[in-house]
Design a protein around this ligand. Sequence first.
Ligand SMILES: NC(=O)c1ccc[n+]([C@@H]2O[C@H](COP(=O)([O-])OP(=O)(O)OC[C@H]3O[C@@H](n4cnc5c(N)ncnc54)[C@H](OP(=O)(O)O)[C@@H]3O)[C@@H](O)[C@H]2O)c1
Length: 332
Amino acid sequence: MKAIQFHEAGGPEVLRYEEVPMPEIGPGEVLVRVHAAGINPPDWYLREGMKVMPAELRPTLEYPLTPGTDMSGVVRAVAPDVTAFAVGDEVFGMLRFPGFDGRTYAEYVAAPASDLAPKPAGVDHVRAAGAPMAVLTAWQYLVERGHEVPSPFTGQLHRPVPITPGMTVLVNGAAGGVGHFAVQLAKWKGAHVIAVASGRHERFLRTLGADEFIDYTRTRAADVVCDVDLVIDTVGGPDSSRFLAVLKRGGTLLPVFFARYDPEETARLGVTVSTIQVRSHGPQLAEIGRLFDEGTLRVGVDSTYPLPEAGSAHARAAQGHIQGKIVLTVVP
Ligand SMILES: NC(=O)c1ccc[n+]([C@@H]2O[C@H](COP(=O)([O-])OP(=O)(O)OC[C@H]3O[C@@H](n4cnc5c(N)ncnc54)[C@H](OP(=O)(O)O)[C@@H]3O)[C@@H](O)[C@H]2O)c1
């Protein structure tokens, strides 16, 4: 079969479309014919040799590596101990995350059955492949943790703040993968949703349910917003603490990308900062799949690229300003 591999860390040009052995399934696994594979930031962090991580946390990588955690496809074989899925089932999932062996940029993948869910019938493979990591991240931050693993960055166990009707939720980086699902989940829970993104995403985000839109290239959120109950910030960066100012006392900031906050400042403001690392979770994805089926959630697709052009897809990602998800098509 064919897959994308890279033999050294580097830019998008290191991604090569090569002949590789068919994966073999072990206990608890199914073989999936991949129809589409979603692209996520950890894919390019891995391609760059994980230099995004502090040196002391950086893993040793063994090449060649096939990137990718997210995919949608059709089951071709099941291990004898797997009862949840059968040959011919359409499935989607985020495989073995956190980890570097999802290997979904490929024609076939060996997938842990516990990481998979039935693909929502009304959602095509491209959209289904775009969803798993981004929607599970928004879900585990906002709705249900689903596991008992503390954040590796803070050592703390994240506790989602129940979103109740009338609460105000601000989503920064609202048009991106995690952000556009956070907007929809907060809206589903009855929140008043403020979306922060660059101007061209306004229509997209209002269609997904944003009540207010702030173009961060023109307006600082802190200049026009206050008394927010919950901020989910998918952008981070050196000045991430600027969002502390929009929270009410008792409010919560959820940094999706690792960022440091001064504990004295958060204590003085009376706000909580909480973070989580997303983990694979088939049953949560099955529950989320029902929200896709009933039309409560939608997947925005920024762009698609055929599998052999994964390098071009990564080059697109490097330009930023992503609206929804970038997806690789494997079966045309
Ligand atoms: N904690 C976890 O387990 C976890 C899980 C998944 C992802 N992440 C991290 O979360 C981050 C977001 O992931 P993603 O998949 O959503 O990324 P993404 O799809 O690339 O989205 C990022 C979005 O941020 C917007 N943006 C960039 N600069 C901005 C700014 N200054 N203010 C407001 N918006 C800005 C971009 O568009 P515009 O600039 O055009 O608005 C883009 O839509 C990544 O750093 C990723 O590593 C963490």
